[in-house]
Design a protein around this ligand. Structure first.
Ligand SMILES: C[S@@+](CC[C@H](N)C(=O)[O-])C[C@H]1O[C@@H](n2cnc3c(N)ncnc32)[C@H](O)[C@@H]1O
Length: 288
């Protein structure tokens, strides 16, 4: 490849990998090449930069080539590295569910703003828990709370359980495989949900990392994107305590429709917090 030194040094591998990822229209090719090589060599990114002329060991070369080819096919970085950061946590991620997104952290901020008195939250529910991101971040922030996470895909439920253990929260979390709140009785102070909310017809047009590599069960909200909110509207009123709050993630432009659905079920919107891009993202609801 032009402009790269030949050979098997760290520098040569990074240069060639950066060019390959750029040609595949990957957004941050040099950074991702460093992350993948560090992962293949079992070291930190900083260690690579210390001696770019050092050789890449043969086993690491093989792992790196494989990961690089997958990344050039737009397999998401989190699937290749096996984990992703969310709030203060490091979470295992897998193709069984959504990779946790920074936008979803807006829901944690909204929950914290809704309950300035942390002790007021003793029972938390997360519907469609996936990696466990929202449930575990909130358990971290509300230290007196016990949490239940429900997930339709048993493989994702197992991942959420592993993440609870990995973050020292297993004693305070129960993860159930099931369909929304069908198997639940009782009431919760804080209910979180980031449901699938993309309109079915829009999914093929999403970036390839999402459209090809994240599961439809985590994305597809039906023809108008609102199917899961209808299911949530049907169960949230019986699950919230009188002073409880539900915090729901919204897709772009969905605030009026979701507020309308929830109002019809007897839930009043008290806040809608925007994400860092200025998009209304976290809708906070209370019993009317
Ligand atoms: C958008 S992802 C959110 C995952 C995680 N809560 C997050 O914020 O990163 C939606 C999750 O809901 C799950 N799901 C979809 N339909 C469900 C249902 N009927 N009951 C329970 N979980 C469901 C999906 O498998 C997926 O893990």
């Amino acid at each position: 490849m032009s402009g790269c030194e030949p050979g098997e040094s760290i520098g040569a591998f990074l240069c060639q990998a950066g060019q390959r990822l750029r040609a595949a229209a990957v957004e941050a090719p040099r950074l991702e090449a460093r992350l993948l090589l560090a992962h293949a060599m079992g070291c930190r990114q900083e260690d690579l930069l210390r001696d770019p002329r050092a050789p890449v060991p043969p086993e690491a070369q093989a792992r790196f080539r494989e990961a690089l080819a997958a990344r050039a096919r737009h397999v998401p970085m989190a699937h290749l590295l096996g984990h992703a950061g969310f709030w203060t946590l490091d979470l295992l991620s897998s193709p069984a569910t959504l990779i946790p997104r920074a936008d979803t952290e807006t829901l944690v901020e909204a929950a914290l703003a809704a309950f300035p008195e942390r002790g007021a939250v003793t029972r938390i529910l997360d519907l469609g828990t996936g990696t466990g991101a929202l449930l575990l971040a909130c358990l971290e922030e509300f230290p007196g709370a016990f949490g239940v996470g429900v997930e339709r895909n048993p493989e994702a439920a197992a991942l959420a359980r592993a993440n609870a253990a990995r973050n020292g929260l297993a004693e305070r979390a129960a993860i159930l495989a099931g369909d929304w709140a069908d198997a639940l009785a009782g009431r919760f102070d804080l209910i979180l949900s980031n449901p699938p909310y993309i309109e079915s017809a829009a999914i093929p047009g999403l970036m390839p990392e999402v459209a090809r590599h994240e599961p439809a069960l985590a994305l597809d909200g039906g023809p108008d994107g609102l199917d899961a909110y209808r299911a949530l509207a049907a169960c949230l009123p019986r699950l919230l305590t009188g002073a409880g709050r539900a915090v729901l993630e919204l897709g772009q432009g969905q605030q009026p429709a979701v507020e309308g659905l929830m109002a019809g079920a007897g839930l009043r919107a008290v806040e809608c917090r925007s994400d860092l891009g200025g998009i209304p993202r976290a809708l906070v609801l209370r019993p009317a």
